[in-house]
Design a protein around this ligand. Structure first.
Ligand code: GLA
Length: 733
């Protein structure tokens, strides 16, 4: 049983394979949070303490009992209005500006299976794989009814949360803040791990001690952002990669978000995640319901490795969908770094010819094939094939590529428009700009108002026409600027627009997924600016970063791996010196790095030497050999490539029979000592053989003492920098 109800329907325990989560409606009908952590029986009510705290507020029905204060008690869903002065999860106000809410327990419901959310992505599961608990709370002042939704997936140790807010009053109410998850810990001293970044250097982990302040991360950019990822880890101070307790919260949403952790006056910690409060103010008419996006939570007592495994399992089989979910993705060649926008149809066919001879399986025609698009000043919105530039119809180009035995992919950026486009000239009001103000530009473009159905519909129709004509197998969905001007010509209230925009995006994507069930879609936002579980519900892979340098990339992929599985990570081999940072790395290292993702190339093979072409042919054979274990196996970080002079990570097949170790040298030194890389995840008591050398290793020793890795500098190529090894191990019977 995943949901246990005791004490006459007032004590609620959510049980997964290794974790327990408990809450209780107390005698005042306040829903208190009791426990989240390693599996435990019994009631955690003993953790609650009562004391007369100076200056603490007491709710009225506590009477003269000054020991009962919501400013000190751990709560399940704290609101502004009850005297809890810590960060609330919900702020409700009426039209005259009055803020107030006091949620009390009203009832509950347990359902088999996992709840879904209207218009929003959410974790899905078979009926027997999950249970749902709904707890209904009602505002004592009669404004709103709040339903807390809990999805319990025992196997990957996942608990999801979402919130429905219904206006039960006769007047309009305005939601000023609605978070999706709140966790209160009366005990413990924690660190918060967040993932910061910038364009071309996304998701760098940062560990900060949670002191007596609110640590806050988020995005007010209208997308989840390069700058901070909607994923956070709260860990005991002693927790490491392989040991210790830690909690994760991950947002299944692609718009703005806010996450926080802070310690209060009594050393209690509160962790929260949900919609960004700024640029959000959502009016609800009587009877209307607001749905908060979902948060995925998990706990591990086995350090960050265990935590990531739970999140990877959840994303792989309960977020990603569709016919590509469990399939090895085709090795692709993308035209972007080969030509940028300077190409014609013959160039694309020449690229296809080269690709075929190398063993590549798909050609992707990136930006530049439509409208008057020869630079990034114009054309976005005009989703009509530029037949003059291509020298013919898209259907013919696609057919010729298919005839070579290759798949065909296309780039689009549906949410954007250039002022210099026919679409903008026809519908200037479709762009989000604020009347009377000059619009803020980004990459010379404006954002289309996807909160409006007719805008979504028109762009959807235009893009479907192209996809039908081109018989397209793969679509790269890009988004290349943040949303600065939040204004919709048709909105009744502008505070709704960003949330409604994201609903419009999801509506488009859902229709696309239903109409083209076999088309592979890759998300992208100037690289990894919208890398989140919300997008992964529609696009089972996301271009991880515009930075294709192997060394920066393995650090970006390291950070990304905390929350997202390798099979979702768009990664390509490009030329050297790298076009983003000028670094020179061996082709083998670029290959190993890209292999730990979807794998492909982003270069013009005509510029390669014969030796490089030969190596690429072998690289593809090797990648195809290991593709299953990378897509479906368990992933282990073995070093921290930021602080260590080696980057090492490995994959182990679910049955433990095969393992793939990857090591990249980040530093060179004279007479370098041997490095012992401690492996992980192998089957205890077993022995493994290195397929290339025939050497046999005892698994436990590999995991305790490590594998000696001596990366020697070969005579050729003469560069000794950034060399790597990839070792394939097989379990002996
Ligand atoms: C973004 C993407 C790139 C490429 C360009 C095209 O920057 O991240 O991969 O598609 O747009 O304009």
């Amino acid at each position: 049983m995943s949901v246990r109800i005791e004490e006459d329907g007032r004590l609620f325990t959510l049980q997964t394979c290794h974790t327990s989560y408990q809450m209780k409606a107390d005698e005042k009908d306040v829903l208190l949070h009791l426990y989240y952590g390693a599996e435990s029986g019994g009631s955690a009510e003993y953790l609650l303490t009562a004391a007369d705290r100076g200056y603490a507020s007491n709710i009225y029905d506590a009477g003269e009992d000054r020991t009962y204060s919501l400013d000190a008690l751990p709560q399940e869903y704290p609101v502004s209005g009850t005297g809890d002065m810590r960060s609330p999860a919900l702020i409700v106000r009426t039209e005259d500006g009055t803020e107030g809410c006091d949620l009390r327990f009203k009832g509950f419901r347990v359902l088999d299976g996992k709840y879904g959310l209207k218009g929003l992505p959410a974790v899905y599961a078979e009926e027997k794989e999950a249970q749902t608990l709904e707890i209904v709370l009602e505002d004592a002042g009669g404004l709103v009814e709040v339903t807390l939704l809990y999805g319990v997936l025992p196997d990957p140790d996942i608990i999801t949360r979402s919130v429905l807010v219904r206006n039960i009053s006769e007047q309009k109410v305005i939601l000023e803040k609605v978070l999706s998850a709140n966790l209160d810990f009366p005990y413990g001293s924690f660190d918060l791990i967040t993932f910061f970044g910038r364009h071309a250097m996304e998701r760098c982990p940062e560990r900060t001690h949670v002191g007596h302040m609110e640590l806050r991360v988020g995005s007010r950019r209208g997308h989840s952002s390069h700058q901070l990822n909607p994923m956070m880890i709260l860990a005991d101070q002693e927790t490491t990669e392989r040991a210790g307790s830690c909690y994760a919260m991950q947002f299944v949403y692609s718009g703005g978000f806010c996450g926080s952790a802070g310690r209060d006056q009594f050393d209690q910690t509160r962790m929260q995640l949900g919609l960004m409060q700024e640029k959000f103010s959502y009016p609800l008419e009587p009877g209307e319901i607001f749905t908060a996006p979902e948060v995925i939570m998990t706990f591990s007592a086995e350090g960050f490795t265990g935590l990531s495994r739970n999140l990877h399992d959840c994303i792989r089989t309960h977020i990603c969908r569709g016919s590509w979910r469990d399939r090895v993705r085709p090795v692709l060649l993308n035209s972007w770094e080969a030509f940028y926008m300077d190409f014609d149809g013959a160039d694309i066919l020449a690229l296809a010819e080269q690709a075929k001879s190398l063993g590549i399986e798909m050609i992707v025609m990136d930006d530049g094939w439509f409208g008057d698009r020869n630079d990034d000043l114009r054309g976005l919105g005009d989703w009509f094939v530029n037949e003059h530039k291509l020298g013919g119809k898209l259907g013919d180009l696609s057919r010729l590529i298919h005839e070579k035995g290759l798949l065909f992919g296309l780039w689009v950026e549906p949410e954007m428009v250039n002022e210099d486009s026919d679409l903008f000239r026809e519908h200037p009001d479709w762009a989000m700009t604020i009347p009377g103000r000059k619009p803020v530009l980004g990459r010379n473009q404006l954002v289309l108002d996807f909160s409006r159905q007719e805008v979504v519909d028109e762009i959807y129709n235009r893009i479907c026409r192209v996809l039908d004509e081109g018989n397209v197998d793969y679509l790269k969905w890009d988004f290349n600027r943040s949303i600065a001007d939040v204004f919709s010509r048709t909105a009744s209230y502008q505070g709704k627009v960003l949330y409604d925009y994201v609903l419009g995006l999801y509506d488009f994507l859902e229709r696309l997924v239903q109409r083209y069930p076999d088309m592979l879609i890759e998300g992208c936002a100037g690289g990894g600016g919208r890398f989140d579980a919300g997008m992964l519900y529609y696009t089972p892979q996301i271009w991880c970063s515009d930075n294709s340098d192997a060394i920066d990339r393995l650090r970006i992929q390291y950070g990304t791996s905390f929350g997202y599985p390798a099979g979702c990570v768009g990664a390509h081999v490009s030329i050297v010196p790298n076009e983003q940072n000028g670094r020179i790395t061996p082709l083998s290292t670029r290959g190993i790095t890209a292999m730990s993702g979807t794998f492909g190339y982003e270069l013009n093979p005509e510029k390669l030497t014969d030796l490089e072409k030969r190596e690429i042919r072998q690289q593809i054979v090797r990648r195809n050999r290991f593709a299953e274990i990378i897509l479906k196996g368990d992933y282990y970080r073995l070093t921290d490539p930021v602080s260590s002079d080696l980057a090492a990570w490995m994959f182990v097949s679910r049955d433990g029979k095969e393992a793939l170790l990857n090591v990249v040298n980040l530093e060179i030194h004279g007479n370098r000592p041997v490095s012992y890389v401690r492996l992980n995840g192998l089957q205890k008591g077993a022995s493994y053989v290195d397929e290339a050398t025939g050497k046999v290793y005892p698994a436990d020793m590999l995991m305790q003492a490590g594998m000696p890795v001596l990366i020697t500098v070969p005579a050729f190529p003469p560069t000794g920098e950034y060399l790597s090894v990839q070792i394939f191990l097989k379990k002996l019977d």
